[in-house]
Every structure is written in C-alpha cells, then in structure tokens.
Design a protein around this ligand. Sequence first.
Ligand SMILES: CC(C)(COP(=O)(O)OP(=O)(O)OC[C@H]1O[C@@H](n2cnc3c(N)ncnc32)[C@H](O)[C@@H]1OP(=O)(O)O)[C@@H](O)C(=O)NCCC(=O)NCCS
Length: 175
Amino acid sequence: MIFIGSNPISRIKLKYLICIVSFMLVSYKPMTEEHLGTVISFMKKYGKQGTGFWYNETRDSPERMRGFLEKNNELSFVAIDDARTTPSHNEVIGMILGSCDGGRTGYLQRLFVHSSYRNYGVGTGITKHAVERLISLGCKHISADLPINNEPAKKILEKLGGEKVEGFAIFDIKK
Ligand SMILES: CC(C)(COP(=O)(O)OP(=O)(O)OC[C@H]1O[C@@H](n2cnc3c(N)ncnc32)[C@H](O)[C@@H]1OP(=O)(O)O)[C@@H](O)C(=O)NCCC(=O)NCCS
C-alpha cells in the first residue's frame, strides 16, 4: 500500500518510486515499420516551434520513413511502455532517429518523448541506445542540432559526453 501524505518526505519517496517503476517498465527497441504510425503522429504533434524540427508531409511520409529506416538499419530507436503493450499493440512513448554516413559521422535527430513520460529518464535512455549503436558501427563523431534554449535536450547530450560546438551557425535550405 502506498500512503500519499502531505509530508514532503512521503512526496519525495513517491517521486523516486514512480521513477524506479517507470524505468523498469520501459524498454528500448530498434524502430521498425510497425512503429511508424505512432512515430509519424509524434513528429506531427511535437514538431512545432521550439523543438528545432518542423513536420513535412512529403519528407516525413510513411514511404520516406520506410526508406530512411532501410538505409539506416537499426540506428533509430523507440521507447516502449511495456505495461501498456499487448501482443497486438506496442505503446510507443519515445523516439529518436539515428543515421550514419558510411561509418564516419553519426547524426541524431527527432528526439521526442510523450509529454506524460518526461523527466523519468526516457529521453536519456533512448539517446544512449542510439549513441552506443552508432559508436559500435565505428562512428567517431556524433552530431545533433537543437535550439539553443532546449534545456532538457542539452542536458541529455551533455550527460552522454556531448559538447557545444562554438563558432558555428546552422543553415537550412528548405524546398
Ligand atoms: C527533450 C525531451 C526528449 C527530454 O525527454 P525526457 O524523457 O524528459 O528526458 P530525461 O528525463 O531523460 O532528461 C531530461 C533532463 O533535463 C532536465 N530538465 C528538464 N527540464 C529542464 C529545464 N527546464 N532546465 C534544465 N534542465 C531540465 C531533467 O531534470 C533531466 O535531467 P536529469 O536526468 O539530470 O535530472 C522531451 O522533453 C521532449 O520530447 N521535448 C519536446 C521535443 C524536443 O524538444 N525534442 C528535442 C529536439 S532536439
């Protein structure tokens, strides 16, 4: 039985308990075609101003996403809430796209965690999986672009050894 009292210590204990239980029930898997429905809905939902990513119907269509996954085999990951997963349905709660230019430089993009699951380590867990996979392929350098004020994403990349590159600007050519 969990007693939720007004005592601040009880509240702190409850927060740790929730973190531990959440951690145990989340698994990380390479993204496959079966996850694309939820992954595309995440990109539509979270690809708004402030995330450094904008959703594009053509570029992010199921066909193009399938092509991306085929070219970058097992470099993109999803986080799954195992407690809500059934044999016919995977409850995807987070995603990251990884790619690699022939084993030299790795790229990370579209890190999104469902808003109800944030601050429980899911973003860190899924990014770590993608980074480890890219390193195992021989990537010596892994790059990720993010808005300068995106504190949670910055924290995750710093925790995994990332350093901000000074003196660079990002240029986009949009079609
Ligand atoms: C960025 C995002 C993926 C992080 O996912 P998450 O599961 O909450 O991440 P984690 O819990 O692993 O880690 C977040 C870290 O940021 C910290 N954090 C959260 N809000 C913060 C803030 N406003 N300022 C500083 N740090 C903050 C957390 O304390 C945590 O650090 P800790 O593990 O040392 O305690 C999630 O917030 C998200 O989907 N945001 C919208 C999409 C987005 O911005 N994506 C990144 C585009 S590049």
